[in-house]
Design a protein around this ligand. Structure first.
Ligand SMILES: *Cc1c(COP(=O)(O)O)cnc(C)c1O
Length: 392
């Protein structure tokens, strides 16, 4: 894929990673097969020994899945990528491949709830030490480094408050200590941000969100250096975390419009954030695209736009937040984001519901917080919907 180096990510999202058959189909073909036949016993031996390229079994590799992961890797500016069944499978694979008992992980405290549960509830069971730090406090990351620190992990912007980490500074810190920097790129998607270009070693994301964009299937991706991705591939195969070919085929269509969608949805998110700032009942708006965002200079360096997700806090706590959610008529009440349909959710009791009240308070998530993912409906209709929901 060396010729891809000069192509823009928009082009790669459509033209990158294609596996063509003898039929010359224009759209990527869907290979719904669990295994592949060998021409002879010797041919089977060569395929398994990897002395001959080709496919043996779809848990290990499948042409539709390969096309998807090559395309995503090209968009991220990565040497290689491996697709997984879900975003959580991508995170598990990236972490478990490189962390062993006795190793130390430093993670941002501002995490997607399920990720926080995976780290605290599972990684720790395997003897992996974890220190949680404030996403934007570089000194706290520096102070947390130990001789056995093997990895730094974060999401930027974070879910749901949109805190932006300095990826280059954290990559430098990781590399000074021989550790890897892993970035969850889910909030932006590869269309808006490419963490590897900022120095990260691995970029993981849930393709379930903006890459699909239409709320149909689950999927995940890990992108990075070829030698790292090769090791992760062995873990994905051994643990059966592979992406299903049908889901890869859906995601290959989704990704073709991800640039257009993220730009349009981000522009609408900015309009909604601006409008919310001026509403009496709104205490605070959290959106990476606002010029007054505390890390606006980093947003400008790292992201092509603010993204489609924003959050705001209403006065009156949980009761007031639930009232707004129950009164909207267009926004879907669902925890997914990145969809063409706008969604609304209450992080305190849904996405972050399993975190303790104290952990949520420490992460800055309040009971009155509402998260919006802005879709492709007319922005005027969405603002009218929120206006009605916020009214007395
Ligand atoms: C949704 C999400 C995940 C998990 O992805 P799934 O595809 O649901 O497994 C991980 N990180 C972030 C930031 C997410 O929003």
């Amino acid at each position: 894929m060396s010729e891809n180096k000069t192509l823009h990510p928009q082009t790669l999202a459509i033209r990158g990673g294609k596996t063509q058959t003898a039929y010359n189909e224009h759209h990527q073909a869907l290979f719904l097969t669990s295994s592949f036949m060998f021409d002879s016993a010797e041919d089977g031996a060569a395929l398994f020994a990897k002395t001959k390229p080709g496919f043996t079994y779809s848990r290990t590799a499948n042409p539709t899945v390969s096309a998807f992961q090559e395309r995503m890797a090209a968009m991220e500016g990565a040497q290689a990528g491996i697709a997984t069944a879900t975003g959580m499978a991508a995170i598990q694979a990236a972490l478990m491949t490189f962390l062993s008992a006795g190793d130390h992980l430093i993670s941002s405290r501002s995490l997607f709830g399920t990720t926080a549960g995976f780290l605290s509830g599972h990684l720790r069971r395997f003897g992996i030490e974890i220190t949680f730090v404030a996403q934007t406090d570089i000194q706290a990351w520096r102070d947390a480094v130990r001789p056995n620190t093997k990895m730094l992990f974060l999401e930027t912007p974070s879910n749901p408050l949109g805190e932006v980490a300095d990826v280059r500074a954290l990559a430098n810190l990781a590399h000074e200590h021989g550790a890897l920097l892993v970035v969850d790129n889910c909030f932006c998607s590869s269309a808006v941000q490419q963490p590897l270009r900022l120095g990260a070693d691995l970029s993981v994301q849930s393709a379930t969100k903006a890459v699909d964009g239409q709320g149909r299937v689950l999927g995940g991706m890990v992108c990075g250096r070829a030698d790292l991705v090769e090791q992760i591939g062995l873990y994905v195969n051994a643990c059966g975390l592979s992406l299903a070919p049908f889901n890869a085929w859906i995601l290959l269509s989704g990704v073709e419009t991800v640039h257009l969608r993220t730009q349009e949805q981000s522009a609408a998110a900015l309009q909604i954030a601006d409008w919310l700032k001026n509403q009496d009942k709104v205490l605070k708006v959290y959106y990476a695209g606002l010029p007054e965002h505390p890390q606006a200079h980093l947003v400008a360096q790292q992201q092509s736009c603010g993204g489609m997700v924003l959050a705001f806090e209403v006065e009156g706590g949980l009761e007031a937040a639930w009232r707004v959610i129950d009164r909207v008529r267009i926004f879907s009440k669902t925890a997914n984001f990145g969809d063409v349909r706008s969604t609304i959710t209450h992080p305190w009791t849904t996405t972050h519901g399993r975190m303790s009240a104290q952990d949520k308070q420490e992460a800055g998530i309040r009971e009155g917080l509402i998260r919006l993912s802005v879709g492709l409906e007319h922005v005027g209709d969405l603002i009218d919907d929120l206006h009605y929901a916020l009214a007395d």
